[in-house]
Write a protein that binds this ligand. Structure first.
Ligand code: ADP
Ligand code: MG
Length: 248
């Protein structure tokens, strides 16, 4: 049994009268690939924002390797090993693919220093470009990329922000959203591959199909509450999930 790296405890987030998260509890062991699924408005993105630091929870706690992340800004959480992507890819359109990744690797330096980036970091950037399947577009302007490639770039940028050693958690908010069928398959294969390489992965998805063959485990969130937790096949058969989420 792998050690638990993430503990979510009584997590709640209210926006006025809207209970986006209403007391969510779950643990994630190191290296597991977990899908957080649920219909639109279930609270998936809000959950990620509380885990990665874009939102402050109303109550509850988020523990990473036993340490509370509350009060820590996103950049610090990233240094500790927790990185995320967004439902709508956040990349720098004016830069090339390689420069987008370099920017995260050397975020403390100015754009004018591109030429002096040292060899080791360029190698890491090239490695990440290859991992995301973007070799052919490494020097293309991001504005010219198909959306699927942009989403894979954003994922590579999240990886670039993590230290190469120590446990890491990648939070992917609807990695396949807005992608064409072939792009979707590439993206989900990449997600699965990351988990195989030992990165702990938590991704959201509103389509049940995207969990089979990818997620080791599925959490079902409906109206801010977890209603199921188990292997994809078992969750798909759960009567409550069928009735409240799948609609049959
Ligand atoms: P999901 O990602 O599962 O579609 P969200 O987490 O985006 O769901 O939204 C959950 C609920 O919280 C929705 O009712 C949404 O309108 C509300 N919500 C999300 N973010 C905000 C915000 N910044 N301000 C007000 N309400 C929000
Ligand atoms: Mg969302």
């Amino acid at each position: 049994m792998n050690t638990t790296v993430l503990q979510v405890r009584g997590l709640a987030k209210h926006f006025g009268g809207v209970r986006a998260l209403d007391g969510v509890d779950f643990d994630v062991p190191a290296g597991q690939c977990v899908a957080l699924i649920g219909p639109n408005g279930a609270g998936k993105s809000t959950c990620f924002a509380c885990l990665a630091g874009q939102q402050v929870p109303t109550s509850g706690d988020v523990l990473w390797q036993g340490q509370s992340l509350l009060g820590k800004p996103p950049a610090e959480r990233q240094r500790l090993g927790v990185a995320r992507t967004f439902q709508v890819a956040q990349t720098f359109e004016a830069l090339t693919v390689l420069q987008n990744i370099q920017l995260v690797l050397r975020s403390d330096q100015l754009l004018a220093w591109w030429d002096r980036l040292d060899r080791r970091q360029s190698e890491r950037a090239l490695q990440l470009v290859a991992q995301a399947g973007l070799q052919a577009q490494a020097h293309a302007s991001v504005a010219d990329l198909p959306y699927g490639a942009k989403k894979r770039l954003e994922l590579a940028m999240a990886l670039a922000g993590l230290s190469a050693t120590g446990p890491s958690l990648l939070l992917l908010d609807e990695p396949a959203a807005g992608l064409a069928l072939a792009e979707r398959a590439d993206m989900m294969a990449l997600v699965r591959q990351l988990a195989t390489q030992g990165v702990t992965v938590l991704y959201t998805e509103h389509n049940m199909d995207a969990v089979f063959g990818v997620a080791d485990r599925v959490l079902v969130l409906i109206q801010g509450r977890l209603v199921a937790d188990g292997k994809p096949e078992a969750v798909a058969q759960d009567p409550q999930v069928r009735e409240r989420y799948l609609g049959f």
